[in-house]
Design a protein around this ligand. Structure first.
Ligand SMILES: [Zn+2]
Length: 135
């Protein structure tokens, strides 16, 4: 099934290159030592512009989620029901993503999750998704 293929902006090129290696990256501000997500030109905390790409552990908790029983996009028609979630990564950033590998009825907020990767897009990139941590 074709997937939505996000455009690659020049700012986010390192992020997308990381997804080809299944490596989750975010910008980090050395001035105030915080991770920054989504990719941008300046730190939202101190307006510093020397942001550098840094790996994320890929672990976090579900902040909130929605079980999509009607596809949000016709390309997702074969995927319902699927889960759209906000995940709070341990580094302090909140990412919009999908939860996979779990019965949606069993999900709860604050549940621990770990990053996994979608199938390759046509150009070799992958999308980060998350699955519950066993136990
Ligand atoms: Zn900063």
């Amino acid at each position: 099934m074709p997937r939505i293929e996000p455009p690659i902006t020049p700012l986010a090129e390192p992020y997308w290159e990381g997804t080809r290696r299944r490596e989750l990256l975010a910008q980090r501000c050395p001035s105030c030592d915080r991770f920054v997500w989504y990719p941008r030109d300046a730190c939202p905390g101190c307006l510093g512009t020397d942001l550098a790409w840094s790996p994320l552990a890929g672990t976090g908790t579900i902040y909130t989620f929605n079980v999509m029983r009607k596809p949000g996009n016709p390309m997702m028609a074969d995927e319902v029901p699927y889960v759209v979630a906000l995940v709070d990564l341990d580094e302090g950033v909140r990412m919009t993503t999908n939860i996979v590998g779990a019965d949606p009825a069993g999900l709860r907020c604050d549940q621990r999750v770990v990053v996994d990767w979608s199938a390759e897009l046509a150009d070799g990139r992958r999308l980060p998704v998350f699955r519950p941590v066993a136990g």
